[in-house]
Design a protein around this ligand. Structure first.
Ligand SMILES: [Zn+2]
Length: 351
C-alpha cells in the first residue's frame, strides 16, 4: 500500500502523558504519530502542537433548540420538561440537522471524540449515525433500553442512566446486568439535582458518574474508594443552577476526572469554554485541567490507547495552535495559555 506524505509540525510540542512543553517537532504519517524529535526542521505548520480534545459527556440530541429560558433542571430536561416537548414536536430532519451542526462545531473547536447520551432507542441511534456521516469524529454512544425492554440496543457502546432516582432499583439492576452481559459500559448521572441518588449509583458499579456537583465529602470518599471516575460539566451546572462540583476536592481524593459539555441545548459543545471556566473557577492547575480534557476523558471512554496525548504510535488526532495570534501573542507558558485563553480562532490546523 502506498504511504501517504509525511506531515511535519514544528514548535512547542505538548508531549507525552504528562503534557510537557518541549521545543521540537512531530511527524505524522498514515494517520499516526510517527516521531517526536528536538531541533529545527522544515515544517508544514509551526505553533503549539497539542492533542485534540475528548468530550466525555454530551447530549447532541437536543441541538435543534438553543438557549431556552433559565428554568429548574426538571423543567428543562425532566421526563415532561421542555426538552421532551420540543423533541416531540420537531420534525426528524431538523433534529438531525441540529445534531450534524453540533458535530461539525465539535470538529472545528478541536474535539476528536465524544460520548453521547442517546435517547429514543434504535431510531435515536439511526438519527445520530445519519448526522455523523463522513465526519472525522469517534463516537461512544450510551443508549437506553426502549420502553418495555431490558436490553440496551446492541450497537451502543454503553448504557446511560438519567438518574437512579428516575427508576426502580430492581429494574436498574436488571438492565445494568444485561448491559454487562453484552459487554457494554455503564454511565450514570449522579448528584446533579441532589445527592440522594449517589449511593444507589455507586451500588451499580458504573464505569463512570456524570456531574457529582451536589456530592459532599463522604460521597467523594465513597467514589474514590470504589475507584469510579467522574465526568464534570460545570457550565451545564451553572445554567441549571444546581451548584458547581468540588473539583479541587475530587482531585485531592484521587478521583479520575473527565469533562463534558452536556446538553447542547444549554451550552455549545466547545471544550475550550469548559476548560476556561474549570481552570479559573474550580481548579488552578493548568496541567490537570488539560489532562481532564484530553487523556483522562479518553481513558474514561476507553480511547486512551489510541488518542488523548502525543506519543509515537498513537493516532494523529492533534492540532496546531497559533502562538502568534492576537490572543496568544506574548505567551510564556503555552500550556497555560491554551487552557486559560485559547479559542477556536487560534487553531491553525486540525489533524
Ligand atoms: Zn447529561
Amino acid at each position: 500500500m502506498p504511504q501517504s506524505r509525511e506531515i511535519l509540525l514544528q514548535g512547542t510540542i505538548i508531549y507525552g502523558d504528562d503534557f510537557q512543553s518541549l521545543d521540537g517537532y512531530v511527524s505524522l504519517q498514515d494517520g499516526f504519530i510517527k516521531e517526536f524529535g528536538t531541533g529545527h526542521i522544515d515544517a508544514d505548520f509551526e505553533g503549539i502542537v497539542c492533542p485534540r480534545f475528548v468530550n466525555a459527556h454530551v447530549h447532541v440530541g437536543d441541538s435543534a433548540f438553543k438557549d431556552p429560558p433559565f428554568l429548574p433542571l426538571s423543567d428543562l430536561v425532566g421526563p415532561n420538561g421542555l426538552k421532551a416537548r420540543l423533541l416531540a414536536e420537531t420534525p426528524r430532519e431538523l433534529i438531525i440537522e441540529g445534531m450534524r451542526r453540533s458535530l461539525m462545531e465539535m470538529v472545528n473547536t478541536g474535539t476528536c471524540a465524544f460520548a453521547d447520551f442517546r435517547e429514543g432507542g434504535e431510531e435515536g441511534l439511526l438519527r445520530l449515525t445519519e448526522a455523523a456521516r463522513d465526519l472525522p469524529l469517534l463516537m461512544r454512544i450510551f443508549g437506553r433500553p426502549c420502553e418495555g425492554e431490558l436490553n440496551t440496543p446492541e450497537s451502543c457502546w454503553g448504557l446511560g442512566i438519567s438518574s437512579t432516582r428516575d427508576h426502580d432499583l430492581d429494574y436498574l439492576k436488571t438492565v445494568t446486568a444485561s448491559a454487562r452481559k453484552a459487554r457494554q459500559a455503564l454511565a450514570i448521572h449522579a448528584g446533579e439535582a441532589a445527592r440522594d441518588d449517589i449511593c444507589d449509583s455507586i451500588t451499580l458499579e458504573p464505569d463512570f458518574l456524570v456531574h457529582m456537583n451536589r456530592a459532599d465529602e463522604s460521597d467523594l470518599r465513597s467514589v474514590a474508594r470504589a475507584n469510579i471516575p467522574v465526568v464534570v460539566c460545570p457550565r451545564s451546572n451553572l445554567v441549571t443552577g444546581v451548584g458547581l462540583p468540588n473539583v479541587k476536592k475530587m482531585v485531592e481524593q484521587g478521583i479520575m476526572l473527565g469533562i463534558g459539555t452536556d446538553n447542547v441545548m444549554l451550552n455549545s459543545p466547545d471544550i475550550f469554554e469548559e476548560m476556561h471556566l474549570l481552570v479559573k473557577a474550580l481548579l488552578h492547575d493548568d496541567r490537570q485541567v488539560f489532562k481532564m480534557c484530553t487523556l483522562n476523558s479518553a481513558k474514561i471512554i476507553g480511547l486512551d490507547q489510541r488518542l488523548g496525548s502525543i506519543r509515537e504510535g498513537k493516532e494523529a488526532r492533534v492540532m496546531v495552535i497559533n502562538r502568534n495570534s492576537d490572543n496568544l501573542w506574548g505567551s510564556r507558558d503555552p500550556l497555560a495559555s491554551i487552557v486559560r485563553r485559547a479559542g477556536p480562532s487560534d487553531i491553525l490546523a486540525i489533524f
